[in-house]
Design a protein around this ligand. Structure first.
Ligand SMILES: NC(=O)c1ccc[n+]([C@@H]2O[C@H](COP(=O)([O-])OP(=O)(O)OC[C@H]3O[C@@H](n4cnc5c(N)ncnc54)[C@H](O)[C@@H]3O)[C@@H](O)[C@H]2O)c1
Length: 359
């Protein structure tokens, strides 16, 4: 097949890990007879430096023409000044908004070879393979009115949690669809005992469930969910939730995979076009030292192949290559635990080892 991929490395280690994502894409293309045309764009701090804005129009146009976007990460201490709309993160938020990406998928899979890399006990984390599905466009982060005022009693602050039934239904429905492609279990996470928004969320989840009799649904309160996620991650398959709960739970879930550097993500909208990026940031503490784990970016390419290009066999081949590389003992510093059979490597050697294993 032919596809156009926009590549936005961003800042810091984003540049180092996306280079490997792009090499994996081209390797898959050559090995499987596809043509992936890539074009790079600036976003984040480097875009502020070169054109005075974190999301230049040229980058946005490139992304709108592409079938999928592969992104590294944005930000760094150099740009931590000025109003929010002048900072690197705003470029990413605006890009998601312009592309109408409303669903954030964060798979958390513990590769068998990394079972001792997690801070949790082997018997708890072994076999962890779950997907956190977070709503990206509504909720407390965007609701109006918001702000602060001062009166005789002191300072008063206000944030507003708003959702429409349509916004809730589309993400819950996607949760059921994704569960159907996996182990057919959906945990719908809410706080229905306290919040009006969660009451509607649960009503809609119960209605949508009627269309998916083959999927088992569990309605779970967010506080209990946070506890079960660490006590018994194996009980979860797909977890669907609103914006802020998803933000917190997905970071909690990331510790199950052994390192932040392992985690990929996808942001999807109505069509097939998606934005794929590792979950981690720009890691200023290790930039330029050949220490960054490229596997989160490489696994993001696997998600791109699956969700935007529909190339399931190719996506699985990339995941198998990552599993094989880890099983052979390759470990970047974030994964090194000093165990027997470990082979300490840098970004480059890890990337080469994965490429060699993609059939
Ligand atoms: N999506 C994004 O673009 C994104 C996400 C998070 C943070 N950030 C930005 O990144 C900058 C640094 O933020 P932070 O330090 O809070 O988070 P971070 O994810 O960059 O780093 C946290 C810790 O994890 C380590 N780490 C992260 N990715 C790694 C990898 N691939 N391999 C090995 N180790 C890795 C880092 O060395 C650091 O010790 C900030 O400017 C922040 O705004 C961007």
């Amino acid at each position: 097949m032919k596809a156009q991929i926009a590549v936005l490395p961003g800042d810091g280690i984003g540049v180092e890990v996306v280079a490997w994502g792009e090499r994996v894409l081209q390797h898959v293309a050559t090995a499987r007879g596809h043509t992936f045309t890539t074009a790079s764009g600036n976003i984040g701090g480097n875009a502020i430096d070169s054109s005075g804005t974190p999301l230049p129009d040229t980058t946005l146009a490139l992304c709108k023409q592409a079938d999928a976007i592969l992104l590294g990460a944005v930000g760094g201490p150099k740009w931590d000044v000025g109003p929010p709309e002048a900072r690197p993160e705003f470029g990413l938020l605006r890009l998601r908004k312009e592309l109408r990406l409303y669903a954030n998928l964060r798979p958390v899979k513990l590769f068998a070879a990394l079972v001792d890399s997690s801070p949790l006990k082997r018997e708890i984390v072994e076999g962890t393979d779950l997907l956190v599905l977070r709503e990206l466009t509504g909720g407390l982060y965007f609701g109006r009115p918001r702000g602060r005022s001062t009166n005789k009693q002191g300072i008063r602050v206000k944030d507003t949690l708003t959702y429409t039934s349509g916004e809730m239904e589309r993400i819950i429905r996607l949760g059921f669809d994704l569960a159907r492609q996996r182990r057919k279990q959906l945990a719908s996470v809410d706080k229905a005992n306290v919040l009006a928004s969660s009451g509607l969320w649960r009503e809609i989840a119960e209605q949508v469930a009627q269309d998916y009799p083959d999927v088992t649904v569990e309605h779970i309160l967010v506080d209990a969910c946070a506890m079960h996620l660490i006590n018994d991650p194996g009980r979860f398959d797909v977890m669907v939730t609103e914006n802020m709960f998803g933000d917190i739970l997905s970071d909690e879930a990331s510790v199950l995979a052994g390192s932040l550097g392992m985690l990929p993500s996808a942001s999807l909208g109505r069509g097939r076009r998606g934005l794929y990026e590792p979950v981690h940031g720009t890691a200023p503490d290790i930039v330029g030292q050949d220490k960054a784990n490229p596997l989160g970016a490489i696994l993001s390419v696997s998600m791109l192949l699956r969700h935007s290009l529909g190339l399931e066999a190719e996506a699985a081949a990339v995941e198998d290559a990552v599993a094989g590389t880890l099983a052979a003992g390759y470990r970047t510093p974030d994964l090194t635990r000093g165990g027997p059979g470990e082979r300490a490597v840098g970004t480059q050697e890890m990337g080469e080892a994965v490429l060699e294993r993609i059939g």
